[in-house]
Ligand binder design. Structure first.
Ligand SMILES: Cc1cc2nc3c(=O)[nH]c(=O)nc-3n(C[C@H](O)[C@H](O)[C@H](O)COP(=O)(O)OP(=O)(O)OC[C@H]3O[C@@H](n4cnc5c(N)ncnc54)[C@H](O)[C@@H]3O)c2cc1C
Length: 419
């Protein structure tokens, strides 16, 4: 096999497209634990509330490229690098010349949610689990969501209002604590409260109770909340345990250089699974990054001269069921902050800057000009002194933001999430 890819998420599928374009005659094999590959993981909340039919979730189908050999519903259990062989859960083995690991992440499930057993608990990550939750919800509409990060907030925003009551439990005192300033997150909190979502900030799930094997309550902050469904969205960890005997992990991390090559010259990796070591260690945990990395890693597999990732930002745009949100870059402690705020219109825009250069920021309610602001940040170009003018909303397209993430003008078309 010329190229074997582990993982059919966005990083793996972008790798298929990129590899096929560059080396049309080489063979590709893709292996995934899940039965379905090539779907928008980001749209699972809209699938669960039934506004998005299952067939609209997929951005790639086998008939798009019948020459790709897809082995789905099968897990790679270990790697023998000396013999370039993968061992699979179905007892088969697959050989590779070049390997691309795009095994993504797995949800963190706190012990209290793991040990209890019983029906009604759904970690938010895979289509199979989302499908089960979708069938369960109509008869079990009192929902608690554990985790006020991106996945928890999106899930809450899209479930509320569909005959479902939602309580969101977050251990920090604000939502999206890793992505937004407190002031910016206040707008998200107001939007969710407007949707009748109950927010328990500074709280965590302490205990669960069950009635005849099905969830009937969750205790948070010492008080029991009656509920039949618990979504666990408490963060993710890179899915790399199957590499533990491969010699590829450093302190449990799958580290790659900016070219996305691992410590083995024949093995590359991309997306949520990797830790990029380049001026620090970094896992972006975003769809646009996984997409750009999948393309780049595949292009580098046989390239005589490798390209490098230039941008490691967590740029991200989404719609929280009515509220648009673009994260240009995370808040930066010690940087100056400029703000444009029109609370009456539900707009809040902020930029962090150091010496006239943008280093982070977020746009809520109106995400216009996000592309240009992100480009300025990535290029470290001086943005001028008039940040109030820069922050003023205007017409712009966000789609250009990812193209600047790869050197040598590599085109990175968004597999548009449409979220
Ligand atoms: C509900 C939800 C909403 C989200 N919303 C957003 C958003 O709005 N914006 C954003 O930027 N990001 C969002 N994200 C995060 C985004 O989806 C991820 O960053 C992105 O999907 C990572 O892509 P990936 O290809 O690296 O990994 P994944 O999409 O996780 O794909 C990895 C694949 O590898 C397979 N795999 C793992 N181990 C093995 C193995 N040993 N053998 C075979 N196969 C294996 C898995 O089954 C999986 O299919 C969201 C995530 C969720 C769950």
């Amino acid at each position: 096999m010329d190229c074997v890819i582990i993982g059919g998420g966005v990083a793996g599928m972008r790798a298929v497209l990129s590899f096929r374009r560059q080396w049309p005659d080489k063979t590709i094999t893709l292996i995934d634990t899940e039965k379905e590959i090539g779907y928008y993981r980001t749209l699972l909340p809209q699938f669960m509330n039934r506004t998005l039919p299952e067939n609209k979730l997929f951005f790639w189908q086998q008939q798009d490229d019948p020459r790709v050999r897809v082995i789905s519903g099968v897990t790679v259990e270990s790697i023998d690098r000396k013999n370039r062989t993968l061992f699979l859960s179905n007892r088969d083995s697959v050989q590779y010349r070049r390997l691309l690991i795009a095994s993504g992440g797995r949800p963190i499930v706190p012990a209290v949610c793991r040990t209890a057993g019983g029906e009604g608990i759904y970690p938010v990550r895979s289509l199979a689990v989302a499908r089960a939750a979708r069938d369960w919800l109509p008869d079990h509409p009192q929902v608690v969501i554990l985790g006020g990060g991106l996945v928890g907030v999106k899930t809450a925003a899209h479930l509320a209002g569909y005959n479902i009551s939602v309580t969101l439990v977050e251990k920090e005192k604000q939502l999206l604590p890793q992505a937004l300033s407190k002031e910016a997150s206040a707008l998200v909190e107001a939007e969710l409260r407007e949707k009748k979502i109950r927010l328990l900030l500074g709280s965590t799930v302490e205990d669960l109770r069950f009635n005849r094997g099905a969830l009937s309550g969750v205790r948070a902050n010492g008080a029991w909340i009656s509920c039949q469904t618990l979504f666990v969205a408490a963060g993710s960890l890179p899915e790399v345990a199957f590499l533990s005997d491969s010699g590829l992990l450093q302190d449990g991390r799958l580290e790659v250089a900016a070219s996305l090559q691992t410590s083995d010259e024949n093995i590359f990796a991309a997306g949520d699974a990797v830790t990029i070591v380049d001026n620090g260690a970094f896992t972006p945990w975003t769809w646009p990054q996984a997409m750009v990395q999948g393309s780049l890693a595949a292009a580098n597999l046989y390239a005589p001269t490798m390209s490098s990732l230039r941008c490691l930002s967590r740029v991200n745009a989404m719609n929280l069921n009515g509220l648009s949100l673009a994260v240009i870059g995370l808040p930066v402690a010690g940087a100056k902050r400029s703000v444009y705020s029109r609370p009456e219109a539900g707009i809040f825009r902020e930029l962090y800057h150091v010496d006239g250069r943008i280093v982070g920021g977020a746009l809520l309610g109106d995400i216009s000009n996000a592309g240009r602001l992100h480009s300025l940040m990535v290029s470290s170009e001086p943005a001028g002194t008039d940040f109030n003018e820069l922050l003023r909303p205007r017409l712009d397209s966000f789609a250009g933001t990812t193209s600047c993430c790869v050197k040598y003008n590599r085109r990175a078309t968004l597999l548009s999430e449409g979220a």
